[in-house]
Structure formats: C-alpha cells, structure tokens
Design a protein around this ligand. Structure first.
Ligand code: KG4
Ligand code: ZN
Length: 345
C-alpha cells in the first residue's frame, strides 16, 4: 500500500510517500522549512506559519507524487498530523487532507505528532522491540514515555516549563547567534571546556520525575560571566559547553532511571534535539554493550518530517481500519495532552 504523509503542525510543511506492507520503504520525501521566515523573530510566528503552509502544501504534494512516480489515485491511505501543534497550521493540513481524501475516496487517519517522532526510529529499525522507553526532545516537547506496545503508552516525565529545544533557541536568541539555536550551540560547545562552570540538575520539590529547563536558561543568560560577553571568546564557549554537558547528563539520568524502573527491551531517542551530537554520543556510550538496545532515527528523520507520519498512520490503519475523514479530531497545542485521540478513526 502507498501511504501519503502530511505534516504541518509547526514550521515545516512536509510530504512523504512510503510503501508499507510487504515492502517497507521511503519512496519520496519533501520538507519545506520555514526557518528563514521565522529567523528574524527568534521563534515561530503562528500566523506566518499557517500562511506559508497554505502557500506551499499543494505544490509540495504534487512534487512528492511526481518524484514517487505515482498519481493520487495510487495512494491507498493519507496520514495526517492531527496535533499537538499550532491550530492554524494544523487546520491547513486538515483542510487539504480532507479535500484530497473526499475527492479521491482515500481513507484518512490522524496521528499524534509526538508518537510519530517515536515512530521515526522504526523507519530504519523495524526490529525495535517493545516494551520501550522513549525520550522525545524537540522544540515543543520534552518527555519520557513508557510504551508497552505501539498504541499503549504512559507519560513518565514531561517538562513543567519550556521544552529543551525552545531553551536552546532562546539562549541563542539572547546572544544574537541566530535561529534555530540548537544546531548553532551544537557547533559552539565543541570548542569549550565543559568543566569550567557548574550547573545544577533540577529536582522537583514534589518528588515527581518531571523535567524543568527554565532554570538552565536563567543560569546561562544571567551568569555573571555572560554579561556583555563576546560570543567568540573562550569563556563563552566554556559556558555553552558546561551547560550542554549538564543538560545532556540530566536527560540521560532521567532516561536511565526510567529504564531501570521498567523492564524494557529498547530505548528510543527522538525529536529535533536528538540531532545534537553530544546527546547522541552520550546515549550511545551509555547503552553500548547493554541488553537494552538504543535506537536513534537518522538525522533527517529527527526533525519534523512526513515520513514518520506516514509510517505511523499505516500502523494505525492496519489496527483501526475504519478511517473516516468526516469524523476527525484535532489536538491544538497542549503540553499536557499526549494521548492520540481515539475519536479520529
Ligand atoms: O522536532 P522539531 O523539528 O520540531 C518540533 O516538533 O518542535 O525540533 C526543532 C528543535 C529546535 O528547537 C532546534 O533548535 C532543535 O530542534 N535542534 C537541535 C539540533 N538541531 C535541531 N538541538 C540541538 N542540537 C541540534 N543539532
Ligand atoms: Zn516535532
């Protein structure tokens, strides 16, 4: 079966065509990033995001089908990101997907963006075994999940304030380094000495396993040595290096604690921030030679893409085949809401 995936929850319009069933492979992918449009604001502007999705979604769809050497009539299933995300951005995807589904009588399923990030690790690693622990760390979300099976999940930790990607973007904005901040800080930390500054890993006073990252941001931008700092200096590189090492250790400690608490076979690290070289390195070292296997998506499937959406949509469809475009439920942005709605069938 050929599956068309559509992703428009934030600042990437992405389309993908995959084949699932007997053969499982990615046929064509397109990602139109809006990074340059939002760069001067240092973050995503929702209205600009929606307009840009609207402007490009139809020609990207035509382009991905052409690249796949298929027509819309060949598509057996459309899978759409149903949230969480920016409501205007999601609505552009939904209107478009509904139109296609209705006009061509194609089943339409909606999938959760966060679970799609976890699914991204399965594209190149179909052998991943459940139960698993997944750390999803992106611009909008940072959470640890326990998944007993593909559609049975529990949130173990979530951020009480900003997501880590958002923190990296804000720190880079504060120092006028550019947007998005994650990849920029990923380059800077490599030249720094991580032992120079001390950061404390936050602990929840109520004993919960949740994350908090805002203290990290304050500690970086208010650091006495950060005032009027020149970002080309050694001291700045040391500050970023010390911060990144601490925050990656924090993620690693939380994840290994979850792994120790549950008898899992696999660990998945995903989301845009999982492109980070230090994060990948420390997780890889931690799980090397262990019975619990670590899986990382390929770099281009860490950030928002439609392949992960198509992949998960198929999994959903084979379990719940009564897809119905007329009865569709969107999740607008909510950190607390992680459950894939059972309303969209
Ligand atoms: O998953 P994603 O594309 O979008 C959301 O669903 O949020 O993640 C985007 C985030 C941004 O905050 C960006 O700064 C971060 O991923 N990011 C990175 C790296 N590449 C992208 N963070 C750290 N290191 C990187 N190499
Ligand atoms: Zn994402």
């Amino acid at each position: 079966m050929y599956v068309l995936g559509i992703e428009s929850s934030c600042d990437e319009t992405a389309l993908a065509v995959v084949e699932r069933g007997e053969r499982n492979w990615v046929i064509a992918e397109k990602v139109k990033s809006q990074v340059l449009l939002h760069a001067k604001y240092g973050g995503v502007v929702p209205e600009i995001a929606s307009r840009n999705h609207y402007e490009v979604i139809d020609y990207l769809t035509a382009g991905v089908l052409e690249e796949a050497n298929l027509t819309i009539e060949d598509i057996g299933l459309i899978s759409l990101t149903a949230g969480p995300g920016l409501i205007g951005a999601l609505l552009v995807g939904l209107s478009f997907a509904k139109g296609l589904a209705f006009a061509h009588r194609i089943p339409l399923v909606g999938v959760d963006h966060i679970y799609s990030h976890i699914e991204s690790a399965f594209i190149e690693n179909p052998e991943i075994e459940y139960p698993l622990i997944a750390l999803v760390v992106s611009g909008g979300h940072t959470a640890i999940f326990y998944q007993k099976s593909k559609f049975e999940a529990e949130v173990l930790s979530k951020t009480r304030d900003d997501a880590l990607g958002e923190i990296l973007d804000k720190i880079a904005k504060f120092f006028d380094l550019g947007y998005p901040g994650g990849p920029i800080l990923d380059r800077i930390y490599k030249d720094g000495d991580s032992r120079r500054f001390k950061f404390t890993q936050p602990r929840m006073s109520d004993g919960s396993a949740d994350f908090s990252f805002s203290g990290y941001k304050t500690a970086v931008i208010r650091h006495p040595d950060a005032q009027h700092i020149d970002t080309g200096t050694r001291i700045f590189k040391d500050l970023i290096s010390s911060f990144l090492h601490s925050v990656v250790d924090y993620l690693l400690n939380k994840t290994t604690a979850a792994v120790d608490n549950f008898r899992v076979k696999s660990v998945v690290l995903s989301g845009g921030v999982s492109r980070n070289s230090l994060l990948r390195k420390k997780f890889t070292e931690e799980f090397a030679g262990k019975t619990v296997k670590l899986y990382l998506p390929s770099l281009h499937h860490c950030t928002d893409n439609a392949t992960m959406v198509a992949w998960r949509g198929y999994e959903r469809y084979i379990r719940y085949p009564d897809a119905n475009y007329a009865d569709f439920h969107l999740n607008s942005y909510s950190r607390a809401h992680f459950r894939e709605s059972t309303k969209h069938r």
